[in-house]
Design a protein around this ligand. Structure first.
Ligand code: ZN
Ligand code: ZN
Length: 146
């Protein structure tokens, strides 16, 4: 993502927060900006290190609170299998999340397949299970790495 694109996304996030009556504090905005600079997923402690360059007083709770907020707003997705975080580039609508995670370079691509979502939901319903949200993580090698 170019700096310009990152800037545009931050503006979009600010606007959405305003509409929702949520506050994009400095720490939250900085974490968003750091994630916008990375194409792959970033671990919480790497985020903290980078946040400290602009906010030397940042502590682990600072980063976790910011990440909780960004996830609640749908700006960021968590990659549970590696406890890392990735910016969502189409956060203006709620969507099922499917991640393609490269085991070699750490790149993360998000795809959106309604078919996969519906199929999982139907099969879950057959088991009497009500899906509230679903994140599918696929591990493998990206186009550059195989
Ligand atoms: Zn997304
Ligand atoms: Zn790769």
């Amino acid at each position: 993502m170019t700096a310009q694109e990152a800037q545009r996304l931050i503006h979009k996030a600010e606007k959405l927060c305003q509409q929702r009556g949520a506050r994009l504090t400095n720490a939250r905005r900085e974490v968003f900006a750091i994630l916008a600079e990375h194409s792959g997923a970033v671990g919480a402690y790497d985020l903290l290190d980078q946040l400290r360059e602009v906010m030397p007083n940042a502590k682990p709770p600072t980063i976790y609170r910011a990440l909780d907020f960004l996830q609640e707003q749908g700006f960021v997705h968590k990659i549970t299998s590696s406890n890392s975080f990735v910016l969502c580039s189409h956060f203006d609508h709620q969507h099922p999340v499917q991640m393609l995670i490269c085991e070699s370079c750490g790149d993360v691509q998000e795809i959106q397949s309604e078919g996969v979502y519906d199929e999982l939901k139907h099969q879950a319903e057959d088991q009497g299970f009500k899906v509230q949200n679903q994140t599918i993580e696929a591990h493998g090698l990206c186009a550059k790495c195989h």
